[in-house]
Design a protein around this ligand. Structure first.
Ligand SMILES: [Zn+2]
Length: 92
């Protein structure tokens, strides 16, 4: 719903066109997973949410402008998961 799914996206790691990607154009959230079993690289960009799945804002208010939200980058590479909060939104 509200997303663009691609099944043959080029993987930035193994360069094979085996990537599954899901891009939510309304929220700019993105998910990618390489289907090459020798690679298995994946990443996601999602807005930070609390345990109730409510968006967390930078200033703690109910202003849900993208500039007031926190983009969280999650990368799985070589079996290692790296989670990083970005100081700036990736499109800026
Ligand atoms: Zn790959």
């Amino acid at each position: 719903m509200g997303s663009v799914i691609t099944y043959d996206d080029k993987c930035p790691k193994c360069k094979q066109e085996t990537g599954f990607s899901d891009f939510y154009y309304k929220t700019s959230e993105e998910y990618f997973a390489c289907q090459n079993s020798e690679c298995s690289f994946s990443y996601s960009y999602q807005w930070k949410r609390d345990k109730d799945h409510k968006l967390i804002t930078r200033d703690g208010s109910d202003n849900y402008e993208f500039s007031n939200l926190i983009m969280v980058e999650t990368i799985y590479e070589n079996g290692v998961k790296t989670v990083k909060e970005l100081n700036q939104n990736k499109d800026e």
